[in-house]
Design a protein around this ligand. Structure first.
Ligand code: ADP
Length: 458
């Protein structure tokens, strides 16, 4: 395959790798995982379902084709009436894909341990909240379910779901074990469900003994991948789990994660050895139906001109433009706005709630063009983007080509069989070498584009 179709292999020396270094700012790094997880929670107000469910059974377990392993309706689950009522009020008509597979296992007697992995917005939280609420006895006034979340904000998000789903269960109460919350010495927690962060939960469980571990029948660890990215949280989670398991070997242990790389697998297996595993594999987002281009420019001004040309020659549907730094993103936004183009700036200095709002409005079509940075490359999950523009090439902090980020950026386009377009601006030898490395890495051609002649794109 002709990977590289350029005739000129060199570039006017304008910006060097060093100038990338000097202009480095906060936004050049991807946002912390906990921020992305929260952002996703705030943006995904509806189910986001693509992919195929796979179930892996623990060794020596029965037939996966058994009807136990899938339900098509909430009625099939024989849920408490108060729960069914809440689900309908919340507008849940049928289980999501991951719920179809997970709920029968989550709710079966005797309780089963389970690891479930699927991307954000696919219904994991709803699944384990439903499980906790199915398992609690409202008449027992002590802690029965524990849920761990990586941050204060994420714990609150889970709590909101508990509140909503238990709206017809007036005797079921929720307690947060998060910063600012206290228990009196010698007092036991009376709420049935406790949601908290690992440090506080560990205090309550082991230091203050205000939770009786022998009575915990359901232990949920949410956002496992975020948990291990945070100093100390992994160890604390393991200690909490060990304490509960020692006190009540029959406690149901559940672990949820958006990703499932080797590190998460290793961690998950310390919590649930030989697990039942349910994963929802997103469709392979290969670069196959994405046309990739590069644009050669002789420097910053030329690059800006090329951008304007592109604007002139294209009816830009919805597009995302990625810049390396907050500063350059702001600069580009301002200049395009001055020319009367409706572009919206999204950078990491905005509070997460505001970022979520902008992304939501972009999804709703209120903003057509977003100008953003790496901070958002992994947070934005918008499938209907028609063009992705890398105004600056994706590089890691040590100035290497960042293949993963490239795929994340480009993966926003060309979903569901639609053709997507990715355009990479190269304004230096350095930028050019990065794009070349990316083309080589993925083994897909990146063709040269002349922005004065955008017919190639049609
Ligand atoms: P995750 O935990 O995987 O990010 P959530 O459980 O938060 O996913 O679900 C994402 C969104 O979809 C939430 O707004 C939730 O209310 C909604 N949702 C979850 N399950 C269903 C369902 N079965 N039917 C309709 N909406 C659902």
């Amino acid at each position: 395959i002709p990977i590289w179709t350029s005739s000129h292999q060199t570039m006017p020396p304008v910006a060097s790798a060093d100038s990338f270094q000097s202009s480095f700012d906060e936004d050049a790094r991807p946002a912390p995982k906990a921020d992305i997880a929260l952002l996703n929670k705030l943006v995904h107000k509806k189910l986001e379902e693509v992919g195929e469910v796979q179930i892996k059974l623990p060794n020596q377990q029965q037939d996966p084709t058994s009807p136990l392993y899938s339900v098509k309706s909430f009625e099939d689950l024989r849920l408490k009436e108060s729960l069914v009522k809440a689900l309908y009020k919340m507008g849940f008509q049928q289980p999501s894909k991951i719920q179809e597979a997970a709920l029968p296992i989550l709710l079966v007697e005797p309780p089963q341990n389970l690891i479930a992995q699927s991307q954000s917005g696919t219904g994991k939280t709803a699944a384990f909240v439903l499980t906790m609420l199915s398992r609690v006895k409202a008449e027992d006034k002590f802690a029965q379910c524990i849920c761990l979340a990586p941050t204060y904000e994420l714990a609150l998000q889970i709590g909101k779901v508990v509140e909503e789903m238990s709206q017809f269960m007036p005797d079921v109460k929720l307690r947060y074990a998060i910063r600012g919350e206290m228990v009196e010495r010698g007092q036991k927690v009376q709420e049935q469900i406790i949601i908290g962060t690992p440090g506080k939960m560990l205090d309550w469980l082991i230091k203050y003994r205000c939770i009786d571990a022998t009575k915990i029948k359901c232990f949920v660890l949410d956002e496992a991948d975020v948990m291990i990215s945070q100093q100390g949280h992994q160890d604390q989670s393991v200690r909490i789990h060990n304490e509960i398991e020692r006190a009540n070997p029959n406690c149901q242990c559940l672990l949820f994660s958006a990703t499932y790389d080797d590190q998460v697998v290793a961690f998950a297996e310390t919590i649930i050895p030989n697990p039942m595993l349910i994963t929802l594999r997103p469709e392979e987002q290969a670069l196959n139906n994405i046309k990739q281009f590069y644009v050669l420019c002789s420097g910053r001004d030329d690059k800006y001109e090329a951008m304007l040309n592109l604007y002139g020659g294209l009816t830009i549907g919805s597009a995302i433009i990625f810049c390396y730094t907050r500063k350059s993103a702001a600069w580009l936004t301002e200049r395009l706005q001055q020319r009367g183009h409706a572009v919206t700036l999204l950078t990491g200095e905005l509070p997460i709630e505001e970022r979520a709002l902008i992304i939501q409005q972009f999804k709703d079509g209120q903003h057509k063009v977003l100008i953003t940075t790496n901070v958002c490359a992994r947070g934005i999950d918008v499938s209907q983007v028609s063009i992705v523009i890398n105004y600056d090439p994706p590089i890691t902090v040590d100035k290497q080509p960042d293949f993963e980020t490239y795929l994340h950026r480009i993966g926003r386009t060309g979903r569901f069989g639609k053709a997507g377009i990715a355009i990479n601006f190269c304004d230096s030898d350095f930028a050019f070498s990065i794009i070349k490395a990316i083309a080589d890495h993925f083994g897909k051609p990146i063709e040269q584009l002349d922005t004065a002649d955008t017919e190639q794109l049609e």
